[in-house]
Design a protein around this ligand. Structure first.
Ligand code: DMJ
Length: 466
């Protein structure tokens, strides 16, 4: 779940919009996309970030400006971009980011930050930087950040508050969704491993178990929960934006850490999801919303975040469902030429026309290509890439789109474009086969962690796994 509060440093958020039709297509859009082409587009966008937004969270790619999530920058673009630089072999750029984070960035800031968002992007990014560099000063930064984030977990249920103040540790926001409540196992587990202190993993696990233990008799979780009372505030059950990474982290954290409790939780959850949620026809497969207590279908809507799910199904060995789901999403992409943020599959209309350069459908194409070896997934990637070049490319970088029916650009380059979207394209087109889904597990922000680094006997000690 993302959607940030974009606090603009200066210019208003209403943007000079560019009609995509008015744009000249770059040469790359006419010819087959390659990993080298992706790398050069990544570099072009990174150079624009450096020129126009250095020191800030986000590049504004139409007005050539910047914005910050909060009243001070947390340097989220460079922290998110770092792992992609390493995957692409952009070592000079990566070194520059490492030095900057080490020497010029402090997280001692009187800011309320979104616990979930900073966990996957900042903590995940810093831990990944440590993996590649083994620089003890970067680990200190990650630990410092993790300690500040940990204050969010002080609720009676152990589920983190929505907001935590990085300096004071004050918390607020009792209502969180399942993804914001229970997606901490992965980063907290890695921090425990690197620091040899189980307290981080134990806090992340407590939050996840707090959600899981409140599942219905059908083994389904709801949507929003109160972190103080543990009461469900919305009993719709689903797998999309607001729930997605809770399930993703049950699976991926088991894969990285081998904690048998997570396998039990994952197995029960995926069985219930596939029993109650899918709506299937001969040509399509959708996962909408059901009532967690009765299993009755409630809402026939999806969000583009749901397109991560084929990757998890495929990793879990459920190839036929994964392929059908990815094919359904591919059809939706082609209906508009980019993916709408929300879609009602009964009414067949968009419920949210934005496209923020999100990676999920590309991520799933990459997993499916790796697992099945079918060329059609690389071909799908070509379509995604060429459409993004066609509609989202600006003279300096790429922009998200405020309406996929008009292709109006809206002047934002989300940080996950650097972390995820370009990385998955690069890997899908064969850019760096040494970073792959057999040897690495990717966090939900696509920061890849090497499985061989996590030794089973040490994991038990350092994470406190029984
Ligand atoms: C990313 O920030 C993460 O993948 C998150 O879990 C949900 N999706 C966004 C990008 O779309």
């Amino acid at each position: 779940m993302r959607k940030s509060i974009w606090k603009n440093a200066g210019a208003a958020l209403v943007i000079i919009c560019q009609s995509a039709a008015a744009q000249v297509l770059p040469a790359a859009a006419q010819s087959p996309a390659t990993a080298a082409g992706v790398k050069s587009e990544f570099l072009r966008s990174w150079d624009a970030y450096k020129q126009y937004a250095w020191g800030h969270d986000v590049l504004q790619p139409v007005t050539k400006g910047y914005s910050d999530w909060y009243k001070e920058s947390l340097h989220i673009s460079p922290i998110d971009a770092y792992s992609t630089m390493r995957v692409m072999g952009l070592d000079k750029e990566a070194k520059e980011v490492e030095r900057y984070i080490m020497d010029s960035v402090s997280f001692d800031k009187d800011l309320f930050v979104k616990t979930f968002e900073v966990n996957i992007r900042i903590l995940g990014g810093l831990l990944n930087m440590y993996q590649w560099t083994q620089n003890p000063r970067i680990l200190e930064k990650a630990k410092d950040f993790g300690d500040r984030e940990l204050k969010a977990f002080s609720s009676p249920t152990g589920i983190p508050y929505y907001w935590v103040n990085l300096r004071t540790g004050a918390v607020k926001g009792e209502k969180v969704n399942v993804a914001e409540a229970g997606s901490y196992l992965f980063e907290m587990g890695i921090l425990s491993y690197y620091t040899k202190d189980p307290k981080y993993y134990q806090a992340g696990k407590k939050a996840t178990v707090a959600i899981y233990s409140r599942r219905s008799p059908l083994d389904l979780e709801g949507f929003d929960i109160n972190v103080e009372t543990g009461k469900w505030l919305n009993v719709n059950s689903f797998i999309g934006a607001g729930a997605d990474s809770y399930f993703e982290y049950l699976y991926k954290s088991y894969r990285l850490f081998g904690d048998p409790d997570l396998k039990v939780m994952w197995d029960k959850s995926i069985a219930a999801i596939n029993k109650y949620i899918p709506e299937e026809s001969d040509t399509s497969l959708w996962y909408g919303y059901v009532d967690m207590n009765t299993g009755a279908k409630t809402i026939s809507e999806v969000t583009l975040y749901d397109a991560f799910f084929p990757s998890i199904l495929a990793m879990n060995g459920d190839i036929s469902r994964a392929e059908k789901l990815e094919g359904t999403w591919y059809g939706l992409w082609n209906k508009y030429g980019l993916e709408p943020g929300g879609y009602d599959f009964h009414k067949q209309v968009t419920t949210d026309p934005t496209y923020d350069l999100n990676p999920e459908i590309i991520e799933s194409a990459y997993y499916l290509y790796t697992i099945t070896g079918k060329q059609m997934y690389r071909d799908m990637g070509q379509t995604f890439y060429n459409d993004i070049l066609k509609y989202c490319r600006t003279p300096i970088a790429f922009s998200s789109i405020s309406d996929v029916r008009t292709m109006q650009q809206n002047n934002e380059l989300p940080t996950f474009f650097f972390a995820e979207t370009m990385k998955y394209f690069y890997l899908l087109f064969g850019g760096n086969p040494t970073v792959n889904i057999n040897d690495y597990v990717f966090n939900t922000e696509a920061h890849p962690f090497r499985r061989a680094d996590f030794k089973p006997a040490e994991l038990r000690k350092r994470l406190g796994i029984k």
